[in-house]
Design a protein around this ligand. Structure first.
Ligand code: FO1
Length: 319
């Protein structure tokens, strides 16, 4: 370990985090606690977005936003803390769709977003407004201003992501994950990546959270070419996913459920990879520089500790 690891010299660097759902939100929150906000941009997956009951729902953007604002529901992993469900009860009583739960507080964001999108504002501008209202200082950017829906091809149907994830509880075998062919990113994302010193790929699902971001032209090329170091954090610990369907999707793809397989999957994109102490026996198996730390983010202190460790490692790679 280099002598720089604990001195937080990374604070002067410009950092872009690529993030999906809960794992992404946790690491982004830890990084936001240790970085000056003007040096931090979080680019969020919008492949999970869908229109539901006339509202554009952006689950990953909202999970990241609620975590950064400290108003997230820690038990569910999505939605707001102190939530109530009166609108959903009413929807159910009217025979409306009740498979996707929208809490009363959460609906405030969806209604405001719907109105602003309807007024002609971009998703980037709407996100900036919602973040401002929640007192969030780092920049949070959607990967695209246009719908770029992830579709899951099962044995019997091609399902929009939320129908597979929530309605079907991610049980149908995913034969293929379909990402749109022509999705384009935004000027704001391109500028952030062009200025970035470090790109951190959060411990999000590589297939349904990070791939949709990289699939938005020209994000992958920008990540490959521009930053001084690209570091990913393993979402696989001790032979399973920390949360969600990553391990199941790996098995269905014929991959070993190990952090080594995740690092190999990202391949040349990475300069470094962070994996958990539970997997320390795998240290010699990686073909990229690694750091082995406790990556479990169970509270604020551990989110900050992981953020420090990941940033210090990435900084060391730039020296
Ligand atoms: N996940 C569920 O498992 N069930 C739900 O009813 C549900 C509702 C929901 C509403 C708003 C929101 O922002 C997220 C919500 N999620 C729900 C989570 C979401 O489907 C997934 O966590 C992500 O899309 C995967 O990253």
């Amino acid at each position: 370990m280099s002598g720089n690891s604990n001195n937080q010299a990374y604070k002067d660097l410009r950092v872009v985090v690529l993030a999906g759902g809960v794992g992404g939100a946790k690491l982004a929150t830890g990084i936001a606690a240790v970085m000056p906000p003007e040096n931090l941009t979080i680019v969020v997956n919008t492949g999970d977005d869908f229109v539901h009951m006339g509202l554009t729902i952006c689950p990953d953007l909202d999970t990241v936003m609620y975590n950064l604002a400290g108003v997230n529901n820690t038990e569910m992993g999505w939605g707001r803390q102190g939530e109530s469900w009166r609108v959903m009860e009413s929807v159910k009583a009217y025979g409306g769709p009740d498979w996707f739960n929208l809490g009363d507080l959460d609906l405030g964001a969806h209604l405001t977003r719907a109105q602003m999108l309807n007024d002609g504002l971009s998703l980037t501008a709407v996100t900036q407004h919602l973040c401002q209202q929640l007192g969030i200082e780092p920049t949070v950017l959607p990967m695209s201003d246009h719908p770029a829906p992830t579709m899951i091809e099962t044995e019997t149907a091609v399902l929009p992501f939320q129908e597979w994830f929530v309605k079907e509880r991610w049980q149908p075998v995913a034969k293929n994950i379909q990402l749109p062919e022509n999705s384009k990113s935004t000027r704001d994302v391109a500028l952030a990546l062009q200025k970035a010193d470090l790109v951190i790929i959060a411990p999000s699902n590589p297939f349904v959270s990070i791939d949709p971001i990289l699939n938005c032209y020209p994000i992958q090329a920008n990540v490959m070419d521009l930053p001084r170091a690209v570091v990913a954090v393993s979402p696989i610990v001790g032979g399973d996913a920390v949360k969600g369907p990553a391990a199941k999707l790996m098995r269905e793809k014929g991959l070993d459920v190990t952090p080594v397989a995740i690092a190999d999957y990202y391949g040349d994109l990475l300069d470094g990879f962070v994996f958990d102490v539970q997997d320390k026996g795998l240290k010699g198996s990686f073909s990229v520089e690694t750091r082995c730390v406790d990556t479990m983010m169970v509270d604020e202190a551990s989110r900050i500790r992981v953020a420090n460790d990941v940033l210090a490692f990435a900084y060391d790679l730039t020296q």
